[in-house]
Design a protein around this ligand. Structure first.
Ligand code: BGC
Length: 775
């Protein structure tokens, strides 16, 4: 597949202006700092197709649910990520003509996302008429040091004439969401002040009542000289602007520095907001662009120093993995336990920007290895804080006695998804939340997490599983009826193997967790039992009975775990037999046809095998992989990464590589033709896993780092960085050897291809690789 963007190791570059690609590029070049995010909309006016998007983490609108047939248990609202007031806008007119790339002849255009230092640059040259040409150069970033602040440098140069240029920096609160269910306006303007040189706006979200204060200040220079004339002050409802008109001689630069600040009632009392906003914009203005920028770039270097991956010999793969890591780092910082990571992060409106099981299954591994442990811990605590709401959510559906069903989609703990077959049935999400607790503790060794938070969550989830299964006299087993597995192309099935596996495993792990907390402190355990009203003997006896007697469908003929009961009644054929013109099937086939087909949207049985790979021997993994991979259409971005890791595990290197490219370049090459809606942020964690867990063969087991490297033929070498407990490791793998550099931390035992090795304190370990060693 040819890339629209040039392949460079540290950047994504668009070399021409193609209006039909504008919305897609706005997603690709999005920026964020964990607190807010901005699509790559132009600062100047643009009359072509564009999805305006400036988003603030945790600030949402509860859009009234829209469904055909209302089912009891549906939530009243869907939490929409809000398009927030636009602070980046700068209208430009040159000799009376408005600068608008959609209406002008564009002679040259280049847009660059610099991933190393986290900024966006654009240069372009346009013709105003047969003669007059103008060049524009812009640079923009959202500070990851001071996450209330963003800054823009915007330079206009009339190349071959003396121009009169008007700059109109503005702050516009009259913004809409494209995905509003009832075409409502989501904001209410509380107050605005439009002064000379500074614009302020305080707005509040309707219904949810988040108050946000926006401020901008600017400075304008011509040929290096600060312009001090009084601007024309323009003020309308929810909109404020300054207009400055000046003469710019031929070949000279007119440069505007515009600073923006966004503060919200998540972090300040409402009555303090206006003052906080002034303080933060004044702070930005006092420091100036270059200082803010150099602090910001230093912080990016620090991020890369423990999260970078270097792939030698494959520039496309190199660019792609950095693109994924870059977006993960700019979407979530771990500073605030109330925030999480939506499937689109800060890059679009779709999916409501809320939290899915994606976080626990696909993102936690990245943050565990690439950031100090508090970051992943914050994601876990987020769910702990939503426990009560998860219990209420389960009650709404008829469960009781402290059983919790975490929402399929949430922003604040309440369910906001509303399709019965997913909202009520895709309950495997509960399992991923339990698994994340296990995974975090396995990785960090932080067992105290169980006493402090984890055990309560596990008990509540186990109680849910206990109530969700029922005894079948016919089978003489417990069964779980009417569920949707990860494969959403099957609904309302009985005994989805994966869901049953997660249920059984959660019960087992909760029993183990009770033992761990008891060992650490019987008093603490007692307190947790009291708080949760836990009747140990009764409840654990029931759990043990389910563990021993839960039904798991199996397909004897092929000796594979069966995705669900009845799966083999379907007419069986392979994804390769689908007419390519009909892919993706979800855009071409009726839902009825999809449901009756054997096609699998995303890893389902294989997701379970991936989670618990040590429980299965290589042959079992191979048989299941070979059975399910040909039936999988990978129409969820969360699918190829899991298949790639398993393909590597069973030595299918080429397939692992093809699947890797598909996951890592999903957005850059727009495989699913939907990148205009936003990036697949959560699957980026899966991409990281397919490099580090897949090709790197990295695992943490028995309190140790394990490596089973298997590089694709094309790659000369792979190096990645891992934070493991007190150690900061750099792992370099080529065809012949693995080198582990203990950049920081005590001596460590590391298992390489099954053999225990000693990594000295702040020293190096080199291990020769035998060809084709298996995991
Ligand atoms: C996938 C889900 C996922 C959701 C959000 C869906 O297409 O099937 O597994 O949670 O997207 O990423």
């Amino acid at each position: 597949m040819n890339s629209y963007y040039s392949v460079e190791e540290w950047s994504v570059v668009e070399e021409q202006f193609d209006p039909s690609m504008q919305e897609a590029a706005e997603s690709i070049f999005s920026q964020g700092n964990g607190r807010m995010g901005q699509r790559a909309n132009f600062e100047e006016a643009y009359s072509g197709e564009s999805l305006q998007g400036n988003y603030i983490a945790g600030v949402y609108y509860p859009d009234k649910t829209r469904v055909g047939w209302w089912k009891n248990g549906y939530p009243e609202f869907f939490a929409k990520v809000l398009n927030a007031p636009n602070w980046i806008g700068i209208d430009i007119t040159i000799d009376g003509t408005q600068l608008d790339l959609h209406n002008m002849e564009v002679l040259q255009f280049r847009r660059v996302l610099n991933m190393k230092h986290g900024f966006l640059e654009r240069t372009f040259r346009v013709k105003l008429d047969g003669l007059r040409q103008v060049e524009v150069r812009t640079k923009r970033f959202l500070s990851i040091v001071d996450d209330e602040i963003g800054a823009i440098r915007y330079t206009v140069t009339p190349l071959n004439f003396d121009a009169t240029i008007a700059f109109t920096p503005y702050l516009d609160g009259n913004v809409h969401n494209r995905d509003s269910n009832y075409d409502e306006f989501f904001w209410k303007h509380i107050e605005s002040t439009t002064a000379a040189g500074a614009l302020y706006l305080v707005s509040e979200t309707r219904k949810s009542g988040f108050r946000v204060a926006f401020a901008t200040r600017y400075e304008l220079f011509v040929d290096g000289a600060l312009q001090q004339q009084d601007p024309e002050v323009i003020s309308k409802e929810g909109y404020g602007a300054n207009r400055l008109e000046l003469s710019v001689p031929e070949g000279k630069d007119a440069t505007m520095y515009k600073y923006g600040s966004v503060v919200s009632s998540l972090n300040y009392a409402k009555e303090e907001l206006a003052a906080a906003s002034r303080k933060s914009i004044d702070r930005a203005f006092a420091q100036k662009f270059d200082k803010l920028f150099s602090e910001h770039t230093r912080k990016w270097e620090e991020h890369w120093s423990h999260s970078d991956i270097v792939i030698e010999g494959d520039p496309k793969a190199q660019q792609a993995i950095r693109f994924n890591i870059f977006h993960l780092n700019q979407t979530y910082s771990g500073k605030d336990e109330r925030l999480n990571i939506g499937p689109k992060g800060f890059t679009g409106e779709k999916y409501g920007g809320s939290t899915y099981w994606d976080t626990e299954a696909f993102l936690i591994p990245f943050y565990l290895s690439s950031a100090p442990r508090e970051v992943a811990r914050s994601l876990l605590v987020y769910r702990y804080k939503h426990l009560q709401k998860a219990i209420e959510n389960a009650e709404l559906l008829g469960f009781s006695r402290g059983a919790a069903l975490y929402p399929m989609v949430t922003m604040d703990g309440r369910e906001c998804h509303n399709e019965w077959e997913i909202t009520f049935e895709e309950i495997h999400r509960n399992g991923a939340i339990a698994y994340a607790i296990f995974n975090y503790i396995r990785y960090t060794g932080d067992r105290e997490y169980l006493s402090e938070y984890g055990l309560e969550v596990l008990i509540a989830i186990s109680r849910f599983w206990r109530q969700r299964v029922n005894w079948s006299d016919v089978k003489g087993k417990y069964v779980m009826l009417g569920v949707t597995g990860p494969n959403e192309y099957e609904n309302n099935v009985n005994n989805n193997w994966y869901t049953n596996l997660m249920a059984k495993w959660t019960l087992e792990y909760t029993l183990k967790a009770i033992g761990i907390v008891r060992e650490a402190s019987p008093e603490v355990l007692q307190k947790i039992f009291e708080k949760t009203g836990f009747r140990e003997t009764d409840e654990t006896e029931q759990w043990k009975d389910i563990i021993d007697n839960l039904y798991f469908p199996y397909y004897e003929e092929k000796k594979v775990f069966l995705q669900q009961e009845g799966y083999m009644d379907k007419k069986q054929f392979f994804a390769s037999e689908i007419d390519p013109a009909e892919r993706p099937i979800n855009q071409h086939w009726s839902w009825d046809r999809i449901l009756r087909s054997p096609f699998i949207k995303q890893a389902d049985v294989l997701q379970g095998i991936y989670f618990f790979e040590d429980d299965y021997d290589g042959e079992t993994i191979r048989r299941n992989f070979e059975f399910y991979e040909p039936r999988t259409v990978h129409e969820s971005s969360l699918s190829p990464c899991i298949h790639s890791i398993l393909a590597n595990r069973i030595g299918k290197k080429e397939m692992a590589y093809d699947l890797y490219l598909r996951t890592s370049r999903l957005d850059l090459d727009d495989y699913n033709r939907e990148v205009a809606e936003g990036l697949h942020i959560t699957s980026m964690g899966g991409t990281w896993m397919s490099v580090v867990y897949g090709f790197g063969g990295f695992r943490v087991k028995d309190d140790k780092v394990h490596l089973y490297p298997k590089l694709p033929e094309k790659w000369k070498s792979l190096s990645f960085r891992i934070i493991f407990r007190e150690n900061y490791l750099k792992i370099h793998i080529n065809d012949t050897r693995v080198t582990i550099d203990n950049e920081q931390g005590p001596a460590l035992e590391i298992v390489v291809n099954g053999e225990m090795k000693e990594l000295p304190e702040e020293g190096l370990l080199e291990v020769e690789l035998r060809k084709e060693v298996g995991a």
